[in-house]
Design a protein around this ligand. Sequence first.
Ligand SMILES: Nc1ncnc2c1ncn2[C@@H]1O[C@H](COP(=O)(O)OP(=O)(O)OP(=O)(O)O)[C@@H](O)[C@H]1O
Length: 333
Amino acid sequence: MSLLDVRNLEVTYAGGARAVRGVNLSVDAGQKLGIAGESGCGKSTLALALLRLLPAGTKVSGEILLNGEDVLTMKWGQVRAVRWAGASIVFQGAMHSLNAVHRIGDQIAEPILLHKKATPAGAKKKVAELLEHVGLPAARADAYPHELSGGQRQRVMIAMALACDPGLIIADEPTTALDVMIQAQILRLIEQLVSDQDLGLIMISHDLAVLSDTCDRLAVMYAGRVVEEGPASEVYENAQHPYGKALSAAFPRIGDPASRFAPRGLPGDPPDPSALPTGCTFHPRCPVALDSCITEDPELRAAATDRRAACVHVGGATDPDDAAGAEARSTTA
Ligand SMILES: Nc1ncnc2c1ncn2[C@@H]1O[C@H](COP(=O)(O)OP(=O)(O)OP(=O)(O)O)[C@@H](O)[C@H]1O
């Protein structure tokens, strides 16, 4: 049994935006899954859905099996316990997530007192251990958030996420607000904690390079769907889906000066999730779209060993007559 098994997850916001569509994914203990995609592709919605943190009125269907139990059908009391002890989220921008008027030790202690039913002395001891675990002196428990640097605050957020010993950490752009040096330190810290404690990790980022460096597997999302999935370094180095290729080409590579000076962006924007294009939702931006892509939306299918992509061009499914149409379009574009 996987630590987390998400099956056919669909999320539609009250206004009709289909932010997550038919997502399947799984994470085992000790496994690090990266979720990549441009802004608006549904990554944060997916993270929030996993712990039922979406606004009231949002329609969610499918299954979210955490340790075999479906989070979507749990009673609220159980969901609240699962949020700390089963899986917890580290958000970007720790300053906004921490309460400015409380000492950080008290903030970390709160879930321990509430969900672990610890005594005040037991919670204090655990807070000291957690701070040391994330590389902060235990005495920093007495500090207020504004007395810490951005990197230290993000370490506090990680300590807080670990407070009730969850099996899964969901890190949503955990280093986006930090400078490059601190970003690297925080990423190494997360990696180390995950491997020391055999945790599962879902790391969300628009930055494919960061994800390929940190994670074992990578899922690329576009318009609410996973369009490509496989071992992280392979997806980054040799994406199969045209969107994965474009996303990967947008990042300069070490040792490849050409890519450094000419990273290729992808023209256009992801579609409005309340008015999605027909067929493959990527077809309006796709440089190799076929006529059939306007009407057909391919399922994820085997692209190579242990890799899958949702594109008519993978798995030998391309119709040669249709390919002529694509060629004509790309030469006139
Ligand atoms: N509360 C909401 N109500 C309606 N639509 C929403 C809501 N939150 C997000 N959306 C829409 O759902 C889509 C997916 O948003 P989401 O924030 O999940 O994407 P993302 O990939 O995480 O982007 P970013 O990296 O910018 O956070 C977007 O089109 C967004 O406008």
